[in-house]
Design a protein around this ligand. Structure first.
Ligand code: HEM
Length: 140
């Protein structure tokens, strides 16, 4: 299996991730019923986010954590939602890509998910989920 190397790879990964996430029994309703997410609008933005993170190209200009405040206010996001989000991300990567960049996509998502929960006020300890994510990543 090949590593993630191009923007087209990111776009493929994201399409597959959202096709799972939006019908997921734990978090699907957050995208569909709560946020009424328009994927055609959302995918280019989130693709830019990952292109910037993984390939260091300055193409994303948003605020990823702030973007989740309205969702949290509307639906009270919980650690279990983030754990499910991360599991789907991890599994989707595993079906398509393998290598250092695929691993980066996992570790960066884990650390952002953690800091997002802290910044949203879902957890009061910024490291409380580290062990769970490290275990998922085979790091601890
Ligand atoms: C339970 C977990 C999550 C849920 C339910 C969720 C849901 C959403 C929704 C509904 C939006 C669209 C907001 C809007 O513009 O109306 C969004 C945007 C976004 N999400 Fe998430 N998200 C989750 C976790 C994450 C994580 C862990 C990351 C990063 C690793 C992430 C990255 C992004 C980015 C980059 C955007 C675009 C922000 C922008 O418009 O610039 N999300 N998310």
């Amino acid at each position: 299996m090949a590593d993630l190397t191009t923007r087209a790879d990111i776009d493929l990964l994201l399409r597959e991730f959202y096709s799972r996430a939006m019908v997921d029994e734990v978090i699907g309703y957050l995208f569909t019923e709560v946020a009424h997410l328009d994927l055609d609008h959302h995918l280019p933005t989130i693709g830019n986010f990952w292109e910037q993170i993984l390939f260091q190209r300055p193409v994303y200009a948003g605020h990823p954590i702030a973007a989740h405040f309205p969702l949290h206010q509307a639906a009270t996001l919980q650690p279990a939602h983030f754990q499910r989000w991360f599991r789907l991300w991890d599994e989707t990567i595993a079906t398509r890509f393998e290598g250092p960049m695929a691993d980066q996509a996992r570790t960066r998502a884990a650390t952002i998910a953690e800091s997002m929960q802290y910044r949203l006020g879902i957890t009061s300890d910024p490291t409380v989920f580290s062990d769970a994510y490290k275990a998922a990543l085979g790091m601890g």
